[in-house]
Write a protein that binds this ligand. Structure first.
Ligand code: GN1
Ligand code: MG
Length: 352
């Protein structure tokens, strides 16, 4: 591992660095906490540039959004400039690094109860509402990140290339068949967008439950992991939270038979979200929120599955079958949610 203390010293931070330790469970970047002898600690991250290819655009998005949110008086992440360049990232010639403030007395969860989900719903609605009038133009830090048509195409390409020789497995064939049966239906948002019926708004696009900080009473302090903040459909934020929070088990649990989609979490989250987002949502967006709740387990299944077929080149894995286990889990969650589609529609209609 690189000399992390040396890297931290490239940034304009207060206090002497005492120690640097790994932080969190992200699947993409490497994250560390910088302990200092000063009043503040910091978060150091190595940006995964195989995935975020345009760091300048990435940090531009994040700086504009955090400044905009701060101007509105809400809490958000703060990034520190590199001493030499004044930019909020630094490269040692090999990796790109950035430093943000560590927010103390904050808690992250992998699972939440309905009460916390209600708060999260309100917070994400407010987050989108706050960014609705951002004056700067934000780009796509990962082009077409939540474009289901592209994700489906990537799966087809992975299947044709069969780079890791995994298509010979009967189970892989079965999963593929199952996923393909829903492909057209799940690409609905892209079609509605082309027909001019569905808008794109600035969304967070990675609203999984461990990407938000709660205080000790369950209120949301702030939303973190802003890398994928970009124009998208509101289903991105609605669906990805439920994908992680409404699942009865973790997204990589091998106990597929225990996977279910929790309607109590759906109801609480939808209530909170509609309270703060109703003012800007169109009727078509609202009506399709249950579709969004199905789309995200589906899209995540397609993404984990394509990565498994490609030989695990995207997501960090802890053991060889990790992406296949994740896929089985997300396929089960998709089916559980899909079976509750009409129930979800009733809940949404009841909230209005
Ligand atoms: C990644 O970085 P992390 O772990 O918060 C991924 C999300 C996936 C998620 C699955 C940039 O999020 O899109 O939903 O893993 N982020 C990127 O757990 O691909
Ligand atoms: Mg994260």
């Amino acid at each position: 591992m690189k000399d992390l203390k040396n890297i931290a010293s490239a940034f304009a931070i207060e206090g002497a660095v005492k120690e640097i330790k790994p932080l969190g469970n992200g699947l993409i970047n490497d994250t560390f906490r910088i302990y200092t002898d000063g009043p503040k600690d910091y978060v150091l991250q190595r940006i995964n540039t195989a995935i975020f290819k345009d760091v300048e655009l990435l940090q531009h998005n994040i700086e504009c959004a955090t400044e905009h949110i701060r101007r509105k008086g809400a809490m958000t992440l703060r990034f520190f400039p590199c001493k030499a360049t004044g930019k909020t990232y630094w490269t040692d010639g090999e990796s790109h690094w950035r430093v943000s403030e560590f927010i103390p007395d904050a808690y992250t969860y992998e699972m939440v109860n309905p009460e916390y989900s209600y708060c999260a719903g309100k917070a994400f609605g407010e987050f989108e509402a706050m960014l609705a009038d951002i004056p700067e133009k934000l780009g796509e830090s990962i082009p077409d990140f939540h474009n289901m048509e592209l994700r489906a195409r990537q799966l087809h390409e992975a299947v044709s290339a069969d780079a890791a020789g995994r298509m010979a497995l009967p189970e892989v064939q079965d999963i593929l068949k199952d996923l393909l049966a829903y492909e057209e239906e799940m690409c609905k948002a892209e079609r509605l967008f082309r027909e001019g019926k569905l808008p794109k708004r600035i969304c967070h696009c990675d609203t999984k439950v461990n990407n938000m900080l709660f205080d000790k009473d369950g209120n949301i302090l702030c939303v973190i992991d802003l890398d994928t903040l970009m124009p998208s459909f509101v289903f991105s934020d609605f669906g990805d939270f439920l994908r992680t929070a409404a699942n009865t088990v973790a997204e990589d649990s091998p106990e597929v038979e225990k996977v279910d989609f929790r309607m109590d979490i759906f109801q609480a989250f939808a209530k909170g979200y509609l309270e703060s987002a109703r003012c800007f949502l169109t009727p078509l967006e609202t009506e399709n929120l249950p579709y969004g709740a199905c789309l995200f387990p589906y899209m995540q299944a397609v993404r984990f599955f394509a990565d498994y077929i490609n030989g695990d080149t995207y997501y960090k894995i802890q053991y060889p079958e990790h992406n296949l286990v994740r896929t089985r889990n997300q396929v089960a969650l998709f089916h559980a949610a899909y079976a509750k589609l009409s129930q979800m529609q009733e809940v949404i209609a009841g909230i209005q």
